[in-house]
Design a protein. Structure first.
Length: 244
């Protein structure tokens, strides 16, 4: 049976009068992706754009892990990402080559660098937009049972200081319930690392993750200049790299 949500009171009364019973469709109880892949944006030249190394990382990710036909794809045969999420210009730049290869959208919860503009609080914007994006990922039926890639600003992936300064959750670690996995998930995304994935998996109908895996990005000779340092170790970039 159908629920005619746009029908007026009189129309519904007439249908009931002739014996047609209207039953509302059940609401979607919980919409949760099967898997969320989290990574940081690429290395930066300035607040607006990636440096050459960061651009190379975006192309290396497309060729090796995240793009269609990637050599060491994070997606199993027959699987594909439903969408890429971004929050800053840097994250948008990193996500775009891989998303374009699949012809899937980059869902942009845009925060732009407006330093010096009166009344603009970039940290507050990052907080709010991260909350909105996480709510979308964890409740929107569009992503239910699918794979979503989130390219994010590293302090809003995980950072214990940021988490303590706000009464409401502001990091993906808290908003995606990664803290339920305890010490398995680092409490802080290392400032020296651009080269890791956090892969989080969920069971159908549950917002509590069932597994977490940190995967290091390793690239072949074509992208040998892209840092591939271990967790919390220096990335080797110097001032002449053109990167911050």
């Amino acid at each position: 049976m159908m629920w005619f949500s746009g029908m007026g009171r009189l129309g519904r009364a007439l249908l009931c009068a002739v014996g047609i019973v209207l039953v509302a469709q059940p609401q979607h109880a919980l919409a949760v992706p099967k898997e969320i892949i989290i990574l940081r944006h690429g290395e930066k030249k300035n607040p607006f754009e990636l440096c050459t190394v960061g651009v190379q990382r975006s192309l290396a990710l497309r060729a090796t892990y995240l793009g269609q036909g990637a050599s060491d794809s994070l997606f199993a045969p027959g699987e594909a990402p439903a969408a890429f999420f971004a929050i800053t210009l840097h994250t948008l730049d990193l996500a775009s080559p891989s998303a374009a290869s699949w012809k899937v959208p980059v869902v942009n919860y845009s925060v732009v660098p407006l330093k010096g503009v009166a009344g603009y609080d970039e940290e507050a914007e990052l907080d709010e937009r991260t909350r909105e994006a996480a709510a979308d990922v964890m409740t929107n039926p569009v992503w239910d049972g699918k794979i979503v890639v989130m390219v994010w600003e590293h302090k809003h992936i995980a950072n214990s200081k940021i988490e303590k300064r706000s009464a409401d959750p502001v990091t993906l670690r808290d908003l995606l319930n990664l803290s339920a996995l305890g010490k398995t998930v680092p409490k802080k995304w290392s400032g020296t690392n651009y080269d890791y994935f956090w892969i989080v998996r969920y069971s159908p109908g549950s917002a509590t993750p069932v597994s977490f895996e940190a995967v290091k990005q390793v690239f072949g000779p074509a992208f040998g200049g892209v840092p591939q340092n271990d967790w919390e170790t220096p990335n080797g970039l110097t001032a002449d790299s053109g990167c911050e």
